[in-house]
Design a protein around this ligand. Structure first.
Ligand SMILES: C[S@@+](CC[C@H](N)C(=O)[O-])C[C@H]1O[C@@H](n2cnc3c(N)ncnc32)[C@H](O)[C@@H]1O
Length: 278
C-alpha cells in the first residue's frame, strides 16, 4: 500500500493590524472604506453608519458622556462620537500605529484637549481609576482579548454607577464551522470564539445588568462582501502596497467572514449593559 505524503499544513495567520494601520491613511485605503461603509470614519470592523448613530445616542443619554473606547483602532469612529456629544474621550489600543493615527485624527477634528489616546494591552487591567467613565465601548475587538472575566470586571470597576457598556462581539458561535473556515476567520491576531449566551452570563457575573442584545450578523455579511469586492476591483493598485500573500489572505478572510455570517453560523451581537446605580 502506498501512502500519499501529506502537504505540510498551511497556517494562514498573518500580521494584520500593524500592516493595516501603517497604510491606513493612504488614498486607496480611504477609498475602500468610503465604498464599503458609505463614509470613511477610519472604521475597521463591522460597524454600519446606522450603528454609529445608535452608539452616539447611547453615549448622549449618559450625563457627562465620558467615553472610554477599548481597542479603539484609528480612533476615527469614537472621535466622531465625541465631536457630536461634546464628552471627553479616552481611546486605548495595543497598536502604536493605530494610536498615532488617532492622535492625528483628533488634532484634525480640533479635539486634542478633549481626546486622549494611549497604547495599552486591553486584556490587562487599564491604568484608570474607579468610576472614571460614563460609557465604555468595545466594538469588534473583544475576540482579541484574553480572559473575559478579568476584562469585564475591570470595565465594571472603571464605570461610574449607572454607567453604560456598549459591546460588539462578531464571533459568537451559532452554527457549525469547519477547521479550514476557522483557520481563515481566526487569522488576524488573537482569536476567542464564544458560544451563544456566553457573553450575557459573563456580563451578569461581573455585575452588569443587560439592557439589550441585538443580532447584527447581517451587517457583517454585507460589509465583508463589500470590502472584499472594493478590494478586488483595486487588485493591481493594492498589490503595489501589499504583498501578494497578504492580499490573498485578506481576501480569503473577507470572503469566509461574509459566508459564515450569511449562513448565520458565526454571529455578531451588540450588547448594551449597565452598572447598577448602587
Ligand atoms: C476590528 S479592530 C476594531 C477597531 C475599532 N474598535 C473600530 O470599531 O473601528 C480591532 C482592534 O483591536 C485591537 N487590539 C487587538 N488586541 C488588542 C489588545 N490586546 N489590546 C488592545 N487592543 C487590541 C487592534 O489593534 C485593532 O485596532
Amino acid at each position: 500500500m502506498t501512502v500519499e505524503k501529506q502537504q505540510p499544513h498551511q497556517t494562514r495567520n498573518y500580521e494584520f493590524y500593524s500592516a493595516q494601520y501603517a497604510r491606513f491613511r493612504s488614498n486607496l485605503a480611504a477609498d475602500i472604506r468610503r465604498e464599503a461603509y458609505g463614509k470613511d470614519l477610519g472604521q475597521q470592523g463591522w460597524r454600519t453608519l446606522g450603528e454609529q448613530e445608535e452608539i452616539i445616542n447611547l453615549v448622549n443619554e449618559r450625563p457627562q458622556g465620558r467615553l472610554l473606547d477599548v481597542a479603539c483602532g484609528s480612533g476615527g469612529p469614537s472621535i466622531a462620537i465625541a465631536a457630536t456629544t461634546g464628552g471627553r474621550l479616552t481611546g486605548v489600543d495595543i497598536e502604536e500605529a493605530a494610536i498615532e493615527q488617532a492622535r492625528i485624527l483628533a488634532a484634525d477634528a480640533h479635539l486634542p484637549d478633549k481626546a486622549t489616546f494611549l497604547v495599552a494591552d486591553c486584556s490587562q487591567p487599564l491604568p484608570f481609576g474607579p468610576g472614571e467613565f460614563d460609557v465604555i465601548s468595545c466594538i469588534d475587538a473583544i475576540i482579541h482579548l484574553t480572559d473575559r472575566r478579568t476584562v469585564f470586571a475591570d470595565w465594571f470597576r472603571l464605570l461610574a454607577p449607572g454607567g453604560r457598556l456598549i459591546l460588539a462581539d462578531a464571533c459568537v458561535l451559532t452554527g457549525d464551522i469547519s477547521k479550514e473556515e476557522l483557520d481563515i476567520r481566526a487569522s488576524q491576531g488573537k482569536f476567542h470564539l464564544v458560544p451563544a449566551g456566553f457573553n450575557e452570563g459573563m456580563l451578569e457575573g461581573a455585575g452588569f445588568e443587560l439592557r439589550s442584545c441585538k443580532d447584527t450578523t447581517d451587517a457583517v455579511a454585507s460589509l465583508a462582501m463589500r470590502l472584499c469586492r472594493a478590494r478586488e476591483s483595486r487588485r493591481d493598485a493594492l498589490l503595489e502596497e501589499e504583498d501578494a500573500i497578504w492580499f490573498e489572505n485578506r481576501q480569503a478572510f473577507l470572503a469566509t467572514t461574509a459566508e459564515l455570517a450569511a449562513t448565520a453560523r458565526l454571529s455578531r451581537f451588540l450588547y448594551v449593559a449597565e452598572k447598577p446605580q448602587s
